[in-house]
Write a protein that binds this ligand. Structure first.
Ligand SMILES: Nc1nc2c(c(=O)[nH]1)N[C@H]1C(S)=C(S)[C@@H](COP(=O)(O)O)O[C@H]1N2
Ligand SMILES: [Mo]
Length: 320
């Protein structure tokens, strides 16, 4: 499959060798050197873990949404066996294999910072906060592959409205669970843990931005970010942070994991943009998982009609 080879970025978003090039990572731990030799996950004990008792549970009462694409959906198998989730391993197959570690009850999400109504939500209350909708979205990973995924979720804006942001709330920071027992990948210094992400307030309020708690009519599998994850379909996949425990309203642009680690390669905005190549590969085309020929990548992942105005007047080559 020669045509695919040059653009098919294997496995991780960055490769172990590149940890060497990164000052910040280098300082994280002396074991970064061991990691770069390829020892990566072999030093970890990946036995044990608890079966995820909730996996497969159906979520009822789901509305269809006019925001959904009619494109052919990827299979449940594709969506749940080809994942990026470094807390459960760096290879695409790892998160499904290691899903049993990530138990999701009890689980709380704390909404805090620049809000009038800070609150810690129990996950089961949060799922019932707003009617669940099915949103079939195109998802485009920064590594130039894509899928069509029928998410179940609700607009992030419903939660934001309940929190009553103050005038100082200009951005929202999202934080993943920090617990190396349930997320054994966190025992490795491959990134600064926990994984964090951020959105500007208007991006967070946009009707396309959802919190997802399921897919294909079922409760979210661990490997897809159970029990609750962000989904922002016009941005590269890494903005869609998984397994969230904290949503913090802040005044200044918050750190975002990939941007912090490799700012010359991953911007804070990370809007899908075929005109701005990644320094090491093209973003002009993509491989839809399950298809042979590459597709042309669409600006804002095809959601430009809805979101382009958020960035009017901004140089998207500079703010990539
Ligand atoms: N906490 C956390 N969230 C994460 C990641 C991660 O490693 N950790 N990977 C991101 C990347 S790079 C992608 S492409 C998407 C993949 O989501 P999916 O496996 O549900 O398709 O999750 C994003 N969210
Ligand atoms: Mo990604």
């Amino acid at each position: 499959m020669l045509i695919q080879k040059s653009n098919d970025i294997k496995s991780a978003v960055i490769t172990p060798k590149e940890f060497y090039l990164n000052r910040r990572q280098f300082m994280l731990s002396a074991s970064a050197a061991a990691l770069a030799t390829g020892a990566a996950l072999s030093g970890l004990d990946w036995t044990g873990g608890t079966p995820e008792v909730l996996a497969g549970e159906k979520l009822g009462n789901v509305k269809k949404s006019s925001f959904s694409t009619a494109e052919k959906q990827n299979s449940f198998k594709d969506i749940t066996s080809y994942n990026n989730f470094y807390e459960l391993g760096t290879d695409k197959e790892d998160p499904a294999t290691n899903a049993r570690y990530l138990t999701t009850r009890p689980w709380t999400v704390s909404v805090e910072g620049e809000v009038r109504k800070p609150k810690t939500y129990d996950i089961d209350a949060l799922v019932k906060l707003s009617p669940l909708e099915e949103r079939v979205y195109r998802m485009r990973c920064v590594e130039a592959w894509s899928m069509v995924i029928p998410w179940l979720g609700f607009p992030l804006s419903s939660l934001i409205k309940l929190a009553e942001p103050t005038g100082n709330a200009k951005f929202i920071q999202f934080v993943t669970l920090l617990d190396p027992k349930r997320m054994p990948g966190q025992k490795l210094p491959i990134m600064e843990w926990p994984y964090v992400e951020g959105l500007r307030m208007d991006e967070a309020m946009h009707p396309l931005t959802i919190l997802s708690v399921g897919l294909y009519g079922e409760i979210l599998p661990a490997q897809n970010g159970a029990p609750i994850r962000l989904v922002v379909p016009w941005k590269y996949g890494f903005k869609s942070i998984k397994s969230i425990v904290k949503i913090r309203f802040v005044e200044k642009q918050p750190p975002a994991s990939w941007n912090r680690m490799q700012p010359q390669e991953y911007g804070f905005y990370s809007n899908v943009n075929p005109e701005v190549d990644h320094p090491r590969w093209t973003q002009a085309t993509e491989r839809r998982i399950g298809e042979f020929l590459r597709r042309k990548t669409l600006k804002f992942n095809g959601y430009g009609d809805q979101v382009a105005q958020l960035y009017s007047g901004m140089d998207l080559k500079k703010f990539y």
